[in-house]
Design a protein around this ligand. Sequence first.
Ligand SMILES: Nc1ncnc2c1ncn2[C@@H]1O[C@H](COP(=O)(O)OP(=O)(O)O)[C@@H](O)[C@H]1O
Ligand SMILES: [Mg+2]
Length: 368
Amino acid sequence: MNTPYFIGLMSGTSLDSIDAVIVSFSPTFKLHAHHSHQLPAELRQQILRLNHTGPDEIDSLGALDIALGRLFADAVQTLLANSGIAATQIHAIGSHGQTIRHRPERAFSLQIGDPASIAEQTGITTVADFRRRDLAAGGQGAPLVPAFHQALFQQRGQDRVLVNLGGMANITLLPDDETRPVLGYDTGPGNVLIDTWIRQQHGLAYDADGQWATQGQIQPDLLQTLMDHPYFAARPPKSTGREQFDLPWLQQALATLKTPPAPVDVQATLLELTAASLGQAIKQHQLTRPEVFLCGGGSHNQALITRLRHHLPDIPITTTDALGLAPDWVEAAAFAWFAMRTLEQQTSSLSAVTGAKGNRILGAVHFA
Ligand SMILES: Nc1ncnc2c1ncn2[C@@H]1O[C@H](COP(=O)(O)OP(=O)(O)O)[C@@H](O)[C@H]1O
Ligand SMILES: [Mg+2]
């Protein structure tokens, strides 16, 4: 290994864009370049269609797998061109892939975006399919990032909580001493319902800074109906996706109410659902003087942070900027780290998080 660079690729549930970073891990972690690659609307639609059971799934899946693999490779090539770093200097790419179905209860989770195409087009060794092995070992296959959070952010003398506000929200509890296990799980929806509702009502991709939500009133009866989803009370290990928290589920909840709330009040309530479920999850762990660090796109949502502070009045809340890594690039950086671990033949799952029988070396390698 004569070059320290790794590329991480992440495209999450939000379907907002493909995040790509160049990082190195020795002597210490460094972010060298980042790029946010556009996801064409047509591909976004195809991904959403495959998120739910429908006709002609295998042909659609095959075509989309290749189209996304090529797009991920395009993202890498643009990232490299912008950075001035040559492909030959990159040791490997770690590609999370696009989740189109997450069914840990049936031991599968499907991420697509053909890694062979990425390796072929870029000439760079590509590691992908990180979740499978953990699922095979009886785990949820998710969340995986707590291992990376631990490697980068664990601090002796301080309990830290990392919160990733992506489409789904997940937390990592990093205890102040390394002898205690790291815990982590998906707390429920992050931005996914907030995004879905404003898209449906106003055709917007997201509620910038939660401005629309702040104009509405939280509806306690709707909030209670949503919070009654069994996922919130379930004990970890647990992980979730659009399969559980999507528009049909929300519409079902709305249909149970005597008078339907105004759309703006639904938005306020959806924002509150994310904040309240997160706050509840963090509070139930008896942490000593913890600090919360936010990452993911939702960390830009000021209204969401205000509500989270309301639920956690005694806990300082900031973003991973305070830890030296901008919140938008944490997940992509994580998958660069996972690729490095795979090639070093080191384990990168945390069985205490996913519930697997043991820690495993994750990922499948497509050599350059
Ligand atoms: N300024 C902002 N205000 C509110 N929400 C934002 C803002 N910027 C980003 N987001 C939210 O972040 C989401 C993208 O977050 P991201 O971490 O990429 O999630 P994922 O991993 O699911 O793709 C967007 O869909 C949007 O909901
Ligand atoms: Mg994203």
